[in-house]
Write a protein that binds this ligand. Structure first.
Ligand code: DC
Length: 216
């Protein structure tokens, strides 16, 4: 399983940008698993469903059709690539991702896609639950302030009316929820290479990862 690279870590640690560039350099596919959780949240919001109501959640999970490629993600034929990036969907996806039924539904999608090999898979449980057998596992981290600042800049670019304190608070809340939930919490394990990206450039992080890869 040397051709499966897992990258886990909290929100805003730089996982997506790093994983995308890494995949490009290696000629691998890239799977952003957070987008899958966001897609489910998008559907929950659209249907105005209550995630605490197990029956309605199951109903959504049975019906939902998620397709994705390098360029974006579709839910039931609608392109939701940019809509799923809002703070509201981020918050709802974090809540939905704590539900075992949601994780089960997305497990199969991730596993099937990844088993084709030559893949960089990025998320919260890529190296612990989805591909525990992968040999190249990384954990990216950064201080909450730095991660909040990155999110702030991202949202600002879209002219979002947002405050820095709000994005930092949001990051801390999500960290707490993502790492204390019962179902597949965000966890750093011994077999993951830890990289603190707080004061590193994108290039530096990608280089570190490439240098640490176990090659066949
Ligand atoms: O990485 P992101 O911010 O796009 O992820 C959105 C939410 O989905 C995040 O709060 C936690 C959840 N998530 C998860 O539980 N497991 C994953 N593998 C990826 C994301």
């Amino acid at each position: 399983m040397k051709d499966i690279i897992t990258i886990d870590g909290p929100s805003g640690a730089g996982k997506s940008t790093v994983s995308r560039l890494l995949a490009k350099r290696l000629g691998y596919q890239y799977l952003d698993t957070g987008a899958l959780y966001r897609a489910v949240a998008w559907k929950i919001k659209k249907e105005n469903a209550n995630i605490e109501d197990e029956k309605s959640l199951r109903n959504i999970l049975e019906k939902i059709d998620i397709t994705f490629d390098e360029d974006g993600i579709m839910v039931d034929g609608t392109d939701v690539t940019s809509e799923i990036r809002s703070m509201g969907i981020g918050e709802l996806s974090s809540k939905a991702s704590a539900k075992p039924a949601v994780r089960e539904r997305l497990f199969t999608i991730q596993r099937e896609f990844g088993l084709k090999g030559k893949i960089v898979i990025e998320g919260r449980d890529a190296g612990t639950v989805i591909f525990p057998e992968a040999e190249n596992k990384f954990y990216l981290d950064a201080s909450p302030e730095e991660r909040g600042m990155r999110r702030f800049k991202e949202l600002k670019e879209k002219n979002s009316d947002i405050k820095l304190e709000t994005t930092i608070d949001d990051i801390k809340k999500r960290d707490n929820r993502d790492s204390t939930r019962q179902a597949s919490p965000l966890k750093r394990t011994q077999d993951m290479i830890y990289i603190d990206t707080t004061s590193l450039t994108l290039e530096e992080v990608v280089t570190k990862i490439m240098e640490s890869l176990k090659t066949p």
